[in-house]
Design a protein around this ligand. Sequence first.
Ligand SMILES: Cc1cc2nc3c(=O)[nH]c(=O)nc-3n(C[C@H](O)[C@H](O)[C@H](O)COP(=O)(O)OP(=O)(O)OC[C@H]3O[C@@H](n4cnc5c(N)ncnc54)[C@H](O)[C@@H]3O)c2cc1C
Length: 274
Amino acid sequence: QMRSEVKGINIEGGVAKSLVYERKGELRTVGFRYLVGADGVGSVVARSCGFDLGGYEIIPTIQYVMVNCRIPERNMIRVYLGNEVAPLGYVWVFSKNEYMANVGIGVRGKPAKPYLDRFIVRHPEFFGNAKVIKEGGGGVPVGGQIRELVKGNVVLCGDAAGQVIPITGGGIRSSMAAGSIAGEVVAQAIEAGDPSVLRDYSVRYSEPWGSRISKSLKVLRVIETLPDDDLNTLGDLLSGEDIIDLANGLDVKRVAAKLMLHPMVAVRIASRLI
Ligand SMILES: Cc1cc2nc3c(=O)[nH]c(=O)nc-3n(C[C@H](O)[C@H](O)[C@H](O)COP(=O)(O)OP(=O)(O)OC[C@H]3O[C@@H](n4cnc5c(N)ncnc54)[C@H](O)[C@@H]3O)c2cc1C
């Protein structure tokens, strides 16, 4: 049902049986055999069905759509790190063309908006005459995937399950992959008449996505302890490909091995990444 809001899930004898939703001010109930909770951050399905949300951490983000910018490149994204710029997060500038850009920030433990506004003021070369035409944002779950993706006849996908790459906050591809696998597995469970088939969803998702998410989280836990000087050292030592591999949990071991060759960071950083 479009334009409906799920309010809660009815559980009977430990099995999710029906959901209550509101449409045009009226509460209605609909029954189901299987339920896919892809309802994002703050998932009603996750909470109503008693999924273990320990470790689920949401960071606030704010994003402006800005026009009249002067961004020199079209096919590049800019990312700014640093405890002064975005404590435990980053600022992004995604240019849509030379004049228009999505400019956003995610931070942890501090209010996001003052940092984003200050960043814009400090970069008159890009934003001197620019104007914000739209303000948005929302929470991004960066604490890694929740422990169990399946509970009886219910599966969780996407932000609801913390399926976001923690360092980048990117969750579109990982959430789409989850939805696609969940759809197939639910169809198989219906055919087999056996909810235990849903467990295949966790297994199939674990490689590559689950593994990427947990590796990226491990890297985040190291990076978030580093002062700006160390971040600059990493910036000097690592190539663009290294940073992508590290941030996305793709080949952390290779990058850690490369850092091991540098005495300045071998013990403090590289050894903790392995
Ligand atoms: C500002 C910002 C910028 C981002 N930029 C990027 C990016 O550049 N690249 C990237 O990969 N990721 C990005 N992300 C993350 C990405 O948007 C999410 O990880 C992704 O959208 C998750 O998809 P989802 O389907 O799980 O959740 P959502 O996209 O949040 O979809 C959940 C849906 O469920 C609906 N819903 C929720 N509760 C209920 C309810 N009770 N009843 C009925 N419907 C309900 C919502 O209306 C929504 O339509 C960004 C996030 C933010 C906040």
